[in-house]
Design a protein around this ligand. Sequence first.
Ligand SMILES: O=C(O)[C@@H](CO)OP(=O)(O)O
Ligand SMILES: [Mg+2]
Length: 423
Amino acid sequence: MTAAPIESVAAREILDNRLEPTLRVTVETPVGTGRADVPRGRSRGAHEAHDRRDGDDRYRGQGVKEAVAAVEEDVEPALVGHDATDQRGVDAALLDLDGTRKKERLGGNVVTGVSLAALRAGAAATGLPLYRYVGGADAGVLPLPFFDLIEGGELAGGDLPFQEHQVVPVGADSVAEAVRWTAEVYYELGDILRDEYGEASLNVGDEGGYNPLGVDDPREAFDLELRAVEACGYGGEFALAADVAASHFHDAETGTYALLGESMTRDELLGFYEDLVADYPIVSLEDPLDQHDFAGVADLTDRLDIQIVGDDLFTTNPERLQEGIDHGAANALLWKVNQIGTVTEATEAARLATRNGYAVQVSERSGQTPDTWLADLAVGLGAGQIKTGVTRGERTEQYNRLLEIEAELGDAATFGPPGDALR
Ligand SMILES: O=C(O)[C@@H](CO)OP(=O)(O)O
Ligand SMILES: [Mg+2]
């Protein structure tokens, strides 16, 4: 018996936080409807699924009219009659239809939108909240958020080479506490920036973190964050972390990194990280080296006793992750559904990570809508960590959804990664 036979699959063009078009996909069954918006990265990894965009000049060639048509003309006929509660079956049909490694035929955005909308339709058909549909009866781990209070790199206009300078409320006991403490630190940091760096430093980047003018050294950004933490009386309750996104200042020809006005070799950069981790309470570094350098990341993972996260390095791709595991590169997976395509492939990557002792950090994209499937999936996976920006509605809605889930679970909720990890 088919529990929730798919009757229709439709898509429309909507806009994300950058006023760039993206897809909203709807999957209908007689017993429940699912809808999902597709996020979009800007600082994308070389191995990510293909983001299908129109070749014409709508939105400077960034339109999704063809992607909408692909949902309705190619995907819908192939999925009608499939059981929406059979996520593996739905995703296998999508992969069959596409037939390419990077989802070049349908488009990764098409595949992700349909896969997530089917997941939502399956949850609706069973009457379960999405996090419980994904995580089962014992889903109850709320993620510790990494807040990108100061932005740089590709996602902001200033001079900071690192993309995200995060504060991590490791001393908090719940999402509610983590969010409240961080809000106070955010206001305080705003006061410091206004007084010392000028009003314009209150401008924010794509994820709603500050974009201070004239700050070009990550250490200065971390100093500012620590000052705000101390001024709020939370010294010791917060750790620091970064998404370095090092591929963006790596020169593939010379193999060097353009950092702090210097051209650093890999060894010099590794030394820089060793000093940084010795001088600051840093618990996690994402993409510290070029996205192709498994051996270098393995060396760093060995040398530093902290979390090393692979984002562009792994692109949520089980094959890439396996290569990393074989090298001993990193010890955590950044988890983004649309890097790989389907929910099934992404959960397979998360499972592979967990089985090999790698942590999983669920992540937003810099292009988002207020759709909150991300928050539900973070709880459903029991990942224990999330990064989903700071201010702006498409970010705060994720926190609001996590607060809602936390309240719904009450005493049954636990918080953060297992054991003493990161604390
Ligand atoms: O590099 C990253 O981790 C992200 C999200 O924070 O950026 P984007 O979505 O642009 O890839
Ligand atoms: Mg990243």
